[in-house]
Design a protein around this ligand. Structure first.
Ligand SMILES: Nc1ncnc2c1ncn2[C@@H]1O[C@H](COP(=O)(O)OP(=O)(O)OP(=O)(O)O)[C@@H](O)[C@H]1O
Length: 620
């Protein structure tokens, strides 16, 4: 982050004028890539500095190396030989690796004249935006307004992102200004790119940074943490697209797969490590990865990463290993939900941060048509069958249906039952091997089995095109989980449908569910309103004035004393002293007695412990 972009680009220009770049013979007659950056704006090799990836600058003689622009005449063919129009060469710790083109053949030749298919970004135009913190950098309107670097801009066009989404418009300038950020934006609104672009761009600028050599330990510059393996893998795939031909190397590490393969990959070099906390801790303990050079720390699904299940692991990685302290690194936390209590915890990791809320914290997008139906436990299967039959008649063949259930056993049972009834289904949950999970997800994504029965392992972050319907066969205990689950549809401006089966067991969720739906302009059935008004204890956790009224917890004054109303993250919503009053026994968090857990922390911890401690190990 030291040298300015313009300085580097100027020295670059001078270098490229002084010595024409070498073009391999077979590429000499190729037309320039129509969307390739012009040499003026580009930063190939940054002024002929020796490349991190191609020491010595490759045969391109000062013109290439670092961000190899193979296949782009006039850009300097760093590295060695040619990539035949599709990819750079990375040299780290042995061997030359061809960078696979994540866009597929010739995807880069298409100028991005049209947006990502079917996206209606107008849907986001009137979303209220709140920022707090000192000196908030102004938002941008277009990607062109941001200095991300040409290689990254080219990838943005390859992704067919024409306009930044609201969270991107605000978060990217904040992050480029090197500020810490806690960002809350609705599901499917493009948060991944909002943190990936500034990280990649920052690493491109910082390429001269010297990292320790000589040991088997690797020193990533950025770490992105995710709560599930599948999400880590997805972020890795996305980040690789964004980083294509930038010279920034992205590696993923998560549990449930052989560590040796990941170690070999790491040894080839890593700038951005995308990881689940369990596997990262393992790598740190083996001293195969060091956090010493970390400049960027991103927590996706940050509220989940800091709830009780993960918090100790995150603290270990961030506070007890060799990561530079807050203030010396840039920390970014993203999620669609941010309970106030978790915000308070999260502030331990941040320094002078900006809080950004796009839409109301924890709200669901109104692109999702939400329905709630009263269904007795015993009738759920036949009701699901009715829905699926009706759907067969009306829905487009490509449409996928995601069905959430509460337990691994019920996931297996429902999958079986659906298959027996000629609805091709598969399932994903923590008792399945990682290989089985990946096969299931692939089979769902490709439409081979257009129904996926899942536990919460699939609730967060997964971006699966064509998920048209999310069914909450079993409703979760926590409204935030509901928000994330239904957020698997209605993404990137597209619409979707979510159906929930509600019955007496879910009474404690009634009020929050009704409020959430109302807020998203959904029709709330009268019977649900009645349930909501009856729910005077556990279910009486009121959104207004609590997690919905307040956003940045720092604005809410006397936070943090624990105990008592107003401190609870569901907060201050008019139920009598002593904070949280527990869930009705049998209905909520492991039958917590009503009677109050004083402070919000305790409640948050209990909430998580009973829900998925058992499954946690299998997620990371
Ligand atoms: N500027 C953009 N233009 C068009 N499509 C975009 C843009 N930014 C992101 N997308 C697409 O929007 C979809 C959702 O993005 P992403 O998965 O990052 O959402 P998210 O906010 O992280 O959601 P979640 O809260 O569920 O994790 C992705 O398919 C992504 O490719």
């Amino acid at each position: 982050m030291s040298a300015s972009w313009a300085d580097v680009a100027d020295s670059e220009k001078a270098a490229s004028r002084a010595k024409p770049a070498y073009v391999p013979p077979h590429l000499r007659n190729r037309q320039p890539d129509p969307v390739a950056p012009s040499p003026q704006n580009d930063r190939p090799g940054y002024g002929g500095q020796p490349s991190r990836w191609a020491p010595g600058g490759g045969v391109g003689g000062g013109g290439g190396g670092y961000r190899n622009d193979v296949g782009r005449p006039g850009q300097g063919y760093g590295g060695r030989g040619s990539g035949g129009g599709g990819g750079g060469w990375n040299n780290r710790g042995g061997g030359w690796d061809r960078e696979v083109n994540p866009f597929g053949d010739d995807a880069d030749l298409e100028p991005a004249v049209q947006e990502n298919t079917g996206i209606n970004f107008d849907a986001y135009e009137d979303i209220p935006i709140e920022t707090s913190g000192g000196d908030v950098p102004p938002p941008v309107n277009t990607f062109a307004d941001i200095d991300l670097g040409e290689a990254l801009n080219l990838n943005i066009r390859r992704c067919k992102y024409v306009r930044p989404t609201p969270v991107q418009r605000h978060a990217i300038p904040i992050l480029l200004a090197e500020r810490d950020l806690m960002a809350c934006a609705q599901t499917g609104s493009g948060k991944t790119a909002a943190f990936c672009f500034p990280i990649i761009s920052g690493i491109m600028r910082d390429q001269h940074l010297q990292r320790p050599r000589g040991s088997r330990t690797v020193y990533p510059l950025a770490v992105i943490l995710s709560p599930t393996r599948e999400l880590a893998s997805q972020i890795h795939d996305e980040a690789k697209k964004f980083a294509y031909q930038t010279g920034v190397k992205v590696v993923v590490a998560y549990g449930g797969t052989p560590i040796n393969q990941q170690l070999r990959e790491l040894e080839r070099g890593v700038d951005i490590l995308v990881a689940t906390p369990g596997r990262l801790n393992d790598l740190l303990e083996r001293a195969r990865v060091s956090m010493q050079m970390i400049k960027f720390l991103a927590l996706d699904e940050a509220d989940r990463m800091l709830d009780m299940g993960f918090e100790p692991q995150i603290r270990k990685i961030v506070e007890q290993m060799d990561m530079p302290p807050r203030g010396m690194r840039q920390t970014m936390l993203f999620s669609a939900t941010f309970p106030r209590e978790i915000q308070r915890l999260a502030s331990d990791f941040l320094s002078n941060y900006i809080f950004l809320a796009v839409g109301r914290v924890g709200s669901s997008t109104d692109l999702i048509a939400q329905r709630v139906e009263y269904v007795h436990e015993a009738d759920k299967k036949s009701h699901l069958m009715d829905l699926l039959h009706a759907q067969r008649e009306t829905q487009d063949k490509q449409s996928l249906t995601l069905v959430f259930v509460e337990t691994k056993r019920s996931a297996d049972a429902l999958e079986n039952w659906l298959c027996m009834n000629e609805f091709p289904a598969t399932s994903i949950h923590g008792d399945r091997t990682q290989q089985e999970r990946e096969v299931a997800l692939r089979s769902f994504k490709t439409g081979r089995t257009p129904i996926l029965v899942a536990t919460d392992v699939a609730a967060r972050g997964l971006d699966i095109p064509h998920v048209a319907h999310v069914v909450n066969f079993d409703l979760p205990n926590d409204i935030d989980d509901y928000v994330h689950r239904i957020g698997r549809t209605g993404r990137a401006g597209k619409s979707g449908v979510a159906t929930a089966f509600f019955n007496e067991k879910n009474a404690q969720l009634a009020r929050q569910l009704a409020e959430l739906m109302q807020e998203a302009n959904q029709e709330v059935p009268e019977w649900l309103t009645r349930y909501a008004s009856r729910a005077s204890f556990g279910g009486g956790k009121k959104r207004g004035g609590g997690r919905f009224g307040g956003r940045d917890f720092r604005r809410e004054g006397s936070f943090g004393s624990g105990g008592g109303r107003g401190n609870d993250y569901y907060g201050g919503g008019g139920y009598g002293g002593g904070g949280y009053s527990g869930a009705p026994s049998g209905g909520g968090y492991g039958g917590a007695p009503s009677g109050g857990y004083g402070g919000g922390v305790t409640k948050t911890l209990l909430r998580v412990r009973s829900r998925d401690e058992e499954e946690l190990g299998a997620l990371i």
